[in-house]
Ligand binder design. Structure first.
Ligand SMILES: [Zn+2]
Ligand SMILES: [Zn+2]
Length: 170
């Protein structure tokens, strides 16, 4: 979904959309949606800048860092973005006015790409490391068995260094 700024004249700039997973998948090579993603927000043009803020709810899925099984990662995120055109970006005073916490993006001056916002925000909201459970045993590096569901006889020296330190304390 793109919001054309031209069409905003005289309107409040509210928008809302529910994406089906297929519309955005894959969000990237690591993250997929498993349910609809809903976004609502407001577009406010102000001079050469455009402010976009709103909220996203989505159900995403990533692979467990250790065993690669899918893990649900619910997303509920507020966002506040600022857009300026490429030419304004090069004149530094606009950038200096920007509050530090706000993300400044460059856009073509005509339309805001809501698909891109939703994808970016989902990626920001999903933790960079996810485990299916705290004590996930992971995959045996020797035989590839998922050690959460099976046992193997491989002799491996793969104790997490943090646990090794704990063992010494005993
Ligand atoms: Zn796991
Ligand atoms: Zn093994």
């Amino acid at each position: 979904m793109r919001i054309e700024l031209e069409n905003l004249e005289g309107r409040k700039g509210d928008f809302a959309h529910v994406y089906q997973p297929d519309e955005l998948n894959p969000v990237d090579e690591r993250v997929r949606l498993t349910g609809p993603a809903s976004v609502k927000g407001k577009v406010r043009p102000s001079g050469n800048q455009v402010f976009v803020d709103g909220h996203i709810e989505a159900r995403a899925q990533v692979e467990c860092d250790r065993c690669l099984q899918p893990v649900e990662a619910p997303v509920s995120a507020d966002f506040a973005l600022e857009y300026i055109t490429g030419t304004d970006y090069e004149s530094s005073d606009v950038v200096e006015l920007t509050e530090v916490e706000m993300l400044v993006s460059v856009f073509d001056g005509e339309a805001i790409d809501v698909d891109e916002i939703v994808k970016e925000q989902i990626l920001l909201a999903v933790p960079t490391r996810m485990l299916c459970r705290e004590d996930c045993k992971g995959i045996c590096p020797e035989c590839g068995i998922d050690k959460n569901t099976g046992e193997c006889q491989c002799v491996t020296d793969d104790i997490d260094p943090r646990w090794a330190a704990l063992k010494k304390l005993k």
